[in-house]
Every structure is written in C-alpha cells, then in structure tokens.
Design a protein around this ligand. Structure first.
Ligand SMILES: C[S@@+](CC[C@H](N)C(=O)[O-])C[C@H]1O[C@@H](n2cnc3c(N)ncnc32)[C@H](O)[C@@H]1O
Length: 349
C-alpha cells in the first residue's frame, strides 16, 4: 500500500507553488540533455504522442518540463520531416500524474490560464503500480519524485531508528532497510512502466542523488537533521513524546548511480541511454531552504505528529538559520548532486 504525502497545496506563503524553485533548477539544468536525449533516442511512429509527468505536484514546474518535451519531439519530427518534405501532423496528450490527494484543481486552474500545445488529463494514483493501458505511453517523465518511497521501510518497526527521522547518521541496519525499500519500489516502478511504454519509448528521471564514493554514514542530506534537532529540543522540553520520533521515518531516499544501474539491469526491459550526475549549482538561502522543506514535508510530519507539533518544528528550525547557512556554504553547494537518467524501452514485458 503506497502512503500519500502531498505537497502543500494552495497558493499561500508555504505552498509548493511558491516554494519549488530548487526543483525547477534541477529540471532547468537537465533541459538541454533531455532535449538531446529525446532527439537521439525516441524511436516511435505515431501521430499522437502520449507523455506523462509522474509526481507532477501542483505546478508550475511541470508545465515547463512538459513544454520542453513537446518542443523536443516537435523538433525531432520536423527535422525528420523536412528531409522527407511531409507535413508535420502530430498532436500531444499530456497526463499529469500524482497521488489522489494532490491538489489537481490548482494545477488545472493554472494550466488553462493560457493556451497549451497539448491535450491535458489528470491521472491520479501511485506510480508504484499500473496507471496506463498496455503499450500506450511514449514518454514517462518524473522530476524529484521517485525519491519518495512507497512507504518508510517496515523493517524499521523492529530495527528502531531511535531519536532519528531518516537514515542520515543512523545505523547500518537502518540504512540497509532504506536501500532495500528503494530497490523494491524502483523495481515495481520499472515493471509497471515496462508494460505501459511502447518499444522505443523513453523514461526520463531527474532526482537528487549521491556520488558513489560517499560512505553510508555520510550519505544523507543533512537538511533533515535540522528538523530532527528541533523535534529533539521539543522532546527535551516535554512537548513531544520521544516514542513519536522513534516511530517516524521520512520515506525519502537519495540513490547513487550504482543503485539505479542495478535496478535497471535487474528489470531488464530498458537500456540506459543517458546517466549524468551533476552539481545542481544550487544557491538557495537558508530561509528558502526551510520553506522548501516545509512545502514538501509538512503534510508528512502533520500526518504523524499533528499540525501543532509540525508547525512548531518548522518555526523552531527557522531559529537555526545561521547553522543552516553555514552548512549550505560549507557542504551543500559543493557536494549536492542531481541525477538524470534516460531509459529506452526495449520490448514490452
Ligand atoms: C517534490 S515534488 C516534485 C514535483 C514536480 N515533479 C517538480 O519537479 O516540481 C514530489 C511529488 O511526487 C509525488 N509523489 C510521491 N510519490 C508518489 C507516488 N508514489 N505516485 C505519484 N506521485 C507521487 C508527490 O505527491 C509530489 O507531488
């Protein structure tokens, strides 16, 4: 059963719409590489291209990403057609996928505020399962979404992650449980897509990742430890039950190139056409970093701790701004990585 962790909806100060420039930067950085990969590798004959953004959230990033893909296909098609001197006669159907709890109203409100060069539909449901008919999709795109596991590893009910909310700095057992959950989830993701994508169609994934040489104990994105330390402060002041922290784990994983290669090879239905690990060149400041975390994670924390504790945790983390700024300067800007993975479907499973 996949759990639901929607981004903060609406258009308020902590909404995802207003706090997703970091994810936009990831997509922008990959824009040219995606365009090249589509022109070089997309190998399908159709007049109607079916494209999906998996984990699209509420916008606006998804619109830029879909436009980029549509433009790349048009250019590929045009250049081919100019040789054949045939008229371009292609149409696009874009599907916006996210959990059923995603605020699709906001998404479609902004979508129809101007003319888009495609037909649009929502496809609610988890991408860790089938969403489309057999052999119907041409491109499945996803940005900053497959980091979200279907659930926090269930093994952590027995292997307690005491006083921690993630694997960063945790024991090797905790880390192994996350690795296993990621491999299981990505396996399910690829098997579902192998059924849905036509031979010659593509999967394009962008996600925060880690360099392979980093050891497990340094593997996390320390940003979660700032939230964690706010919660621990609240335990020490008797505001939060310690057991509530012990039983909470963020369902998020940052894979390495090795992780991805292993899952793709085990699945066997896709060939790797492009795999690039780059520095996202982020220049996010500490305050925006906390707002971004809040827009993405508030729902998850609220579900477990309740809205009062979740709110106080984020407010208290704002008081750690100097510490967070120092970490951004000293570590994050230099060591953070994003992964672009382009897979081509060999045959349908
Ligand atoms: C950080 S947001 C990224 C949104 C958008 N792709 C972007 O780049 O701005 C992650 C999104 O993935 C969605 N998501 C996470 N797990 C999912 C799943 N199993 N199925 C569908 N959507 C999922 C979340 O609901 C959320 O909207």
């Amino acid at each position: 059963m996949t759990e639901f962790f929607p981004m903060k909806s609406g258009e308020g100060v902590y909404s995802y719409t207003k706090n997703s420039s970091a994810q936009r930067k990831f997509a922008d950085n990959a824009k040219v590489m995606i365009r090249e990969a589509i022109i070089e590798n997309l190998d399908v004959k159709t007049k109607t291209f079916l494209i999906v953004d998996m984990g699209c959230s509420i916008g606006p990033n998804t619109f830029f990403a879909m436009q980029n893909i549509v433009d790349a296909i048009k250019d590929k098609y045009h250049s081919k057609l100019s040789l054949d001197s045939m008229s371009p006669d292609i149409e696009f159907h874009v599907f916006f996928n996210d959990h059923v709890t995603n605020d699709f109203n906001i998404l479609f409100k902004s979508l129809f505020s101007d003319q888009k060069p495609y037909f649009a539909s929502a496809i609610p449901g988890s991408f860790y399962g089938r969403l489309f008919p057999l052999s119907s999709l041409h491109i499945a795109y996803s940005c900053c979404a497959v980091n979200w596991l279907s659930q926090a590893p269930k093994e952590l009910i027995d292997v307690k992650n005491k006083g921690r909310i993630h694997y960063d700095g945790a024991s090797i057992e905790v880390w192994n449980a996350y690795v296993a959950q990621f491999h299981k989830d990505m396996g399910v993701f690829l098997s579902a897509r192998a059924k849905e994508i036509v031979p010659g169609g593509l999967i394009v994934l962008i996600l925060p990742a880690i360099p392979s040489e980093i050891s497990y104990s340094k593997i996390g994105y320390k940003m979660f430890t700032f939230l964690e330390s706010s919660l621990i402060d609240m335990v020490n002041e008797g505001i939060v039950e310690e057991s509530l922290i012990d039983s909470f784990n963020l369902p998020i994983y940052f894979p390495s190139i090795e992780d991805m290669t292993k899952v793709v090879e085990k699945n066997g239905y896709f060939s790797i056409k492009r795999m690039e690990l780059t520095n996202p060149q982020s220049n996010i400041d500490a305050k925006s970093c906390i707002s971004h975390l809040r827009a993405s994670l508030e729902g998850t924390f609220t579900k477990h701790f309740g809205s009062k504790i979740a709110n106080e945790m984020f407010e208290r983390t704002l008081e750690k701004i100097e510490e967070i700024s120092a970490w951004l300067e000293d570590e994050y800007y230099k060591t953070s990585r994003q992964l672009l993975l382009v897979l081509k479907c060999k045959i349908n499973s």
